[in-house]
Design a protein around this ligand. Structure first.
Ligand code: B1M
Length: 214
């Protein structure tokens, strides 16, 4: 099996150490870092994302695959910076005020990274200003909000209202998700996109950013 395919395979199995070793080996053999990223790490993560969407793998498998991807990225990132690899876009993600659930949010963050985004995770229980200040600071394209409680869903609206008040609403693509959130709620609060799962969130974010930049 070619080295690049081995990287993808080990990533899908969540074998972080193997991924790290093989990424280093690929670099030592003079392979292009972008090729290692796209054909090895990202392609492996996309396969996992697709399987997750189809209920062929579940949260634990996605988490270990994502950990393996991050392990590979630690080796690759300095090389990518050297050759100036542009991310697809920049995303800020967090769980809204009052909400401590972060497993789904972390999955979305990982899938966004897997789709080539630079991701800034502001964590859980995040105030509206934390989303906005971070988005302004890092020049984000997308603001992603997660909520798992019916009682915290309205705080997504608070972020959107704060964006409007600051005259920043149109500057960002706003995405929402989480178990109690749905399309009609998303429309009601004026978000741009609702997506039901992490893999779809990454796909939609990528498409939306590329359309906006076109
Ligand atoms: Co809590 N909890 N919890 N909980 N918890 C739920 C959500 C609940 C449905 C359980 C139940 O009653 N059946 C219920 C909510 C009821 C409601 O409001 N409708 C509930 C409750 C009530 C509570 C407390 C209030 C309990 C209490 O203290 N009395 C409390 C609240 C704390 C707080 O947040 N302020 C609480 C606490 C906790 C723990 C801390 C113990 C723990 C969280 C640990 C952690 O996250 N680090 C916890 C857990 C684990 C759950 C359940 C069991 C699992 C949630 C989870 O991680 N699912 C949950 C019951 C359940 O869902 N079966 C429950 C797996 C995860 C991958 O799915 O987060 O939905 P999910 O993410 C999905 C999609 O929703 C989507 O992508 C992911 C999959 O691809 N997605 C997005 C998520 N964010 C997205 C953003 C996007 C797009 C897609 O775009 C930006």
């Amino acid at each position: 099996m070619a080295l690049i395919e081995e990287i993808s395979e080990f990533l899908q199995k969540g074998r972080a150490k193997n991924v790290k070793t093989l990424v280093q080996q690929a670099l030592d053999e003079g392979m292009n870092p972008k090729e290692i990223l796209n054909e090895g790490l990202l392609s492996g993560m996309m396969i996992i994302g697709e399987k997750f969407k189809n209920n062929e793998v579940f949260v634990p498998e996605v988490l270990v695959a994502a950990r393996a991807m991050n392990a590979g990225l630690t080796i690759l990132e300095p090389k990518l910076v050297e050759i100036g690899n542009e991310p697809v876009g920049v995303a800020v993600i967090g769980t809204v005020k009052g909400d401590l659930h972060d497993i789904g949010k972390n999955l979305v963050a990982m899938m966004l990274k897997g789709a080539g985004f630079e991701v800034h995770d502001i964590g859980i229980d995040a105030e509206a200003d934390a989303f906005i200040d971070k988005a302004e600071e890092v020049g984000a394209d997308v603001i992603c909000m997660s909520a798992l409680l019916t009682t915290t869903m309205p705080n997504m609206q608070v972020v959107i209202d704060a964006l409007k008040e600051k005259g920043l609403r149109d500057k960002y693509i706003v995405m929402v998700g989480g178990a109690p959130v749905n399309e009609s709620f998303s429309q009601q609060i004026g978000a741009d996109y609702y997506t039901p799962d992490a893999a779809t969130a990454a796909e939609v974010a990528k498409k939306a950013v590329l359309e906006r930049k076109a």
